[in-house]
Design a binder for this molecule. Structure first.
Ligand code: CA
Length: 240
């Protein structure tokens, strides 16, 4: 494709933030669309079919959470929440409604751009293709072969339990997306297990130790405390 520019819709009513976003996205050669209200954003989502949405939650007409709810009834466009609301509850609610990631204001430009790339990579290059599971995941020296269920770090085999492997594979298959504890529990153990969070924590601690990740280290996997886990983005296959 000669014109493979990603189209990004920013729904943001604060003019200073939206002009900053506009300048920042333009500089990265993204095609940028701006909306100031939830209603305008939803209209543009339908009419312009963006590849990604950056969403403020405090919007003048409706809460941004309503945008996520309405958008998810239509399609799976990655939604990156950019909000001043910073409680765990706000984050979990937005993510469980279907947001891909959550960044709190004030934000770092580099961090936001990295999360945008991760979210775009997660969804592309088109719905059909991303539905096909990849056979392999590579992130720095970590390699996962889904078929044979083997994991290596720096070519050394890592011996994981079934559950640990399932958790790692789940995160890898959603690399770039922040998965809430509840979403992970459901994927690994099925719906609403009251002891789920504890089991997840224990397995996660073992998994991180086996991968050689020290406490507090965000290599491979980021723990958004009180919210969930995000696998870092896999190897870049020449984006943009
Ligand atoms: Ca706002």
């Amino acid at each position: 494709m000669s014109n493979n520019k990603y189209r990004i819709l920013a729904v943001e009513d604060d003019r200073s933030v939206s002009s900053l976003l506009h300048a920042m996205l333009d500089a990265q050669h993204y095609e940028t669309l701006m909306a100031e209200t939830c209603a305008q954003g939803l209209m543009m989502l339908s009419s312009h079919v963006p590849d990604l949405v950056i969403l403020d939650l405090g919007l003048p007409d409706r809460d941004g959470l309503e945008f996520i709810r309405a958008a998810r009834q239509k399609n799976a466009v990655p939604i990156l929440v950019l909000s001043a609301r910073s409680t765990e509850r706000d984050k979990v609610t937005a993510l469980d409604l279907g947001a891909n990631d959550y960044i709190t204001k004030p934000f770092s430009t580099a961090e936001l751009l990295a999360r945008i790339r991760a979210a775009l990579r997660y969804s592309r290059p088109g719905a059909e293709q991303s539905k096909l599971p990849e056979s392999r995941f590579q992130l720095h020296d970590l390699a996962i072969e889904y078929e044979s269920r083997t994991v290596t770090v720096a070519s050394q085999p890592i011996h994981l339990t079934q559950t640990e492997f399932n958790i790692l594979a789940l995160l890898a298959q959603h690399a770039g997306k922040l998965l809430t504890y509840a979403a992970m529990n459901e994927a690994i153990w099925g719906a609403a297990d009251p002891g789920g969070n504890k089991k997840l924590q224990v397995n996660m601690a073992n998994l991180r130790r086996k991968l050689g990740i020290r406490p507090g280290d965000n290599r491979y996997i980021v723990n958004e405390l009180g919210v969930g886990y995000r696998m870092q983005q896999g190897e870049d296959d020449k984006a943009e």
